[in-house]
Design a protein. Structure first.
Length: 405
């Protein structure tokens, strides 16, 4: 069952503060823009400086609104604020270029129990099955989860943080629309799990939505199992667990079930291991984790989810993994450079990578002669040389009539 949430409709409504869409039509790049575009550009120039101040104020408000079970570190709080600021800019550009903030959110009301009932973390399994079916996913691993979510209008950011353990966030504000953050290396197993976990909050915790900051996995679990997420079987879920703890456990179960679908995972397990009578070698479990794009602890927790291995055997494997101190596998890939790389510090400077769709919307504002080169730099937080290199990627005609500040 698919329903549009009231807050989702609100995010797309036209309010007095909502920017008018850019006039339709695209004049030739070597001609002066028509009068209506020039008038819009002049209006944008007048609004731009106040907008920057407004985004900073709203980002402060949003950063302080995140619900969390663990206190974020100072760098994590700074990342949450930057994330809020990015999403505000992103949504403003969506409204200008596309006319609305994209927002298509299924609530799966037939799966999620009413708020007054005790939350069952195992609902995450049923929810993942329903969502994979809705998305039309084939059996097996999800190739690129961030791209899949972005295609549905959900803002996605993946930022590595060397000074802190991986963590994630879910944001839904009327000025931003739905957005997910993974504080982990882009494309890495940790980032994939964090995005899937945050996506569960978007699907399940709808009455009302709350902005959430989530640590990566169970903090009370043995260190080696933390990144596999919280347990959800009745034997290990405490009856005294709070509603917030149960929501986090449900989101972890959803993440495992989305990334390691039950039937396919069971078949893969049989294919990877010939002998069911002995504990699977740890190396083979690592290969299975790599195949699904997750960390090995998530595979161990998935064995427990589905009862595919006795608890004692899983605990023995966890102890072996802990002793081996196996490093995480980073599956992020690079393609040798792009406009998005330039926006994220292509000159070698370390910057948080910007979502490709946000970069493209910013460039569309420049190509339409609405934003000047200086304003493009402000939108993307780039210095003039970096903006020049980015514009060079566009390969515009030599007689392109760009807007001047």
């Amino acid at each position: 069952m698919e329903e549009e949430h009231p807050q989702c409709r609100q995010a797309g409504e036209v309010a007095p503060e909502t920017p008018d869409p850019i006039p339709s039509g695209m004049p030739p790049l070597n001609e002066a823009p028509p009068p209506e575009d020039r008038a819009y550009a002049e209006k944008f120039a007048r609004e731009f400086a106040p907008l920057l101040d407004h985004w900073q104020e709203r980002a402060d408000e949003i950063e302080s609104s995140f619900v969390t079970a663990t206190t974020p570190t100072h760098p994590q709080r700074a990342a949450l604020r930057r994330f809020a600021d990015l999403c505000l800019r992103f949504a403003n550009l969506e409204q200008r270029i596309e006319g609305t903030i994209p927002c298509e959110i299924p609530t799966h009301l037939d799966v999620i129990r009413p708020p007054e009932e005790r939350i069952d973390p195992q609902q995450g399994e049923t929810l993942a099955i329903a969502e994979r079916a809705r998305l039309g996913l084939r059996e097996g691993p999800i190739e690129n989860l961030a791209e899949l979510l972005d295609e549905r209008g959900i803002k996605v950011a993946e930022w590595a943080r060397a000074e802190a353990a991986p963590a994630g966030a879910f944001l839904f504000d009327e000025d931003t629309g739905p957005a997910l953050l993974a504080l982990a290396a882009p494309g890495s197993p940790a980032a994939r799990f964090l995005l899937a976990h945050a996506y569960a909050h978007l699907l399940a915790d709808v009455d009302p939505y709350e902005n959430r900051f989530c640590s990566h996995g169970a903090q009370d679990a043995p260190p080696v199992l933390r990144t596999g997420g919280r347990p959800t079987d009745s034997r290990r879920v405490q009856k005294s667990a709070s509603a917030a703890e149960l929501r986090e456990a449900r989101a972890d179960r959803f993440a495992r079930a989305l990334l390691l679908p039950a039937d396919h995972f069971a078949k893969s397990l049989a294919m990877f291991f010939d002998d069911d009578s002995a504990p699977p070698p740890l190396r083979r479990l690592g290969e299975l984790a790599f195949y699904y794009g997750v960390e090995t602890p998530a595979v161990l927790q998935r064995l427990a989810d589905l009862g595919l291995s006795p608890p004692q055997r899983i605990e023995a494997l966890a102890a072996e993994l802990d002793a081996a101190q196996a490093p995480r596998v980073d599956q992020a890939e690079t393609d040798g450079g792009s406009m998005e790389d330039e926006a994220s510090g292509g000159d070698g400077e370390e910057r948080d990578p910007l979502p490709a769709r946000f970069v493209h919307l910013s460039l569309a504002l420049f190509v339409r002669r609405i934003a000047s080169r200086a304003q493009l730099g402000e939108l993307l937080d780039l210095d003039p040389p970096s903006v020049d290199r980015m514009v060079a990627w566009l390969d515009l005609p030599s007689d392109f009539k760009e807007r001047r500040a």
